[in-house]
Ligand binder design. Sequence first.
Ligand code: GAR
Length: 215
Amino acid sequence: MIKIGVLISGSGSNLQSIIEAVNNGSIVAEIALVISNNEEAYGLTRAENYGILTKVIKHGDFGQCQEFDQELLRVLKENRVDLVVLAGFMRVLGAAFLAAFPDRVINIHPAILPSFPGTHGQEQAFDYGVKLAGCTVHFVDEKVDHGPIIIQAAVPVLSNDSEDCLGARILRCEHKIFPRALALYCAGNLRIEDRKVKISGVDESALEDQFLISC
Ligand code: GAR
């Protein structure tokens, strides 16, 4: 069975949706451990509530990003992790880390990429005044928020929205598409071809009618 290592920095609501999907059998995998770079991340408590191994590795304890990455790698390898999942992990992983997990690092971003990469994607979309916002699950490559896209979902931006209100609507969508993307990965249903992610085992014929989620 695939072993997942989840990296977090904060609340861990996406982590929670992943744990629930593993527990109900929609994701066929085991969560080997959860690592946070922030010792106060509430996601650590969520993981502990389910008896999942947790580790804190603080980036501030390392002089250079590469050393932080190496320590992450060491712990992930020690726990025989196959797939690294970034669930609100607010650090950028370097080339050496990614080379150790080729096409095996998956991230969620709170915007419809390639629009609004970087931090605070929801706020960027709100400030820009788009009418559709959303989220993206993608493989991680060496450029920030750039790798092959697995699933995207769109939500409307309403006239009386606040940033918080829009952010919460996007987050609810994240909780749907992230477990879905991981389930597809773990079932062996994703293939990257020329940077496009081909999905098998899903009936895509109805997508034009219910276009809000891309698969
Ligand atoms: C989520 O909105 C996620 O998309 C975002 O951080 C939040 C984490 O929430 N990630 C990024 O912005 C990564 N660039 P959570 O801790 O409740 O899952």
